[in-house]
Design a protein around this ligand. Structure first.
Ligand code: 6PG
Length: 239
């Protein structure tokens, strides 16, 4: 059963999410955390930079990305660039712990390269790379990572990563596939704001037809757990 965590404020949500990371760090020498892009994680990264520069052993955290826009790291739309600005530049984390998707590379080549890295550096579970914590966002259209509804078939791709395309801008993205996302130990959705309430409702307990529409509805842990971290606005249609 998915775990629903609903918070009265973003700060309460971020505190709880931080507790999840700290809890994992207590029991492990290293935590492989896969980050999401977007505005919600940006606020979490600022929270960590402001409140947890020192007390989180960042040298024990290895950072990966669930998706990246195919732009250079200094581009304003780069997920890595956003993470660097709001988190990496503010904390003491070894460079070798940061595994960015090279958005400046050829998308097809980068999807392959990053997929090989995941196979090489992550523990394998059922023969597939497995993250300790998978951070996911939920798009207004039901996308997650960079698997969009118009390309929902990419979720089932055989590889570790695929090249996706943004439905409106046509921007190329490198994204993890469903089999990697679902192979994580702790899968989490981080969703805030009333604008996401409908999509939260559709994706928390999706009817069968909704599963066909929304990639986020296909998130189903192969062996781990799934937790929703919602503020009360995003949860307003399910409480
Ligand atoms: C990205 C993200 C994407 C994001 C959702 C929600 O690269 O944009 O990985 O999947 O999580 O679009 O974004 P917000 O947090 O900005 O609503």
């Amino acid at each position: 059963m998915d775990k629903l965590n609903i918070f009265s404020s973003k700060d309460e949500l971020f505190k709880s999410y931080t507790d999840l990371l700290v809890d994992q760090l207590k029991n492990k020498n290293q935590v492989n955390l896969c980050l999401s892009g977007g505005s919600t994680p940006k606020a979490l990264f600022s929270y960590w930079a402001e409140n947890h520069k020192k007390d989180i052993p960042w040298s024990k955290v290895r950072l990966f990305w669930g998706d990246e826009r195919c732009v250079p790291p200094e581009h304003e739309e780069s997920n890595f660039g956003m993470t660097k600005k709001y988190l990496l530049d503010e904390i003491d984390i070894p460079q070798e712990n940061v595994f960015r998707i090279l958005g400046e590379n050829d998308p097809v080549e980068e999807a392959y390269r990053y997929g090989v890295i995941l196979d090489d550096v992550l523990p394998l579970v059922n023969g597939l790379p497995s993250f300790d914590i998978m951070m996911l966002g939920l798009g207004d259209d039901g996308h997650t990572a960079s698997i969009f509804p118009h390309q929902i078939h990419l979720w089932e791709s055989e590889g570790n990563c695929v090249v996706a395309t943004h439905p409106i801008s046509g921007q190329k993205r490198v994204s993890l596939t469903g089999r990697i996302i679902n192979n994580s130990q702790i899968i989490t959705f981080l969703v805030t704001g009333a604008g996401k309430a409908t999509m939260v409702k559709f994706n928390i307990t999706p009817a069968s037809e909704e599963k066909k529409l929304f990639p986020a509805a296909l998130v189903k842990p192969a062996h781990g757990s799934l937790g929703w971290f919602l503020d009360s606005d995003a949860a307003e249609l399910i409480i």
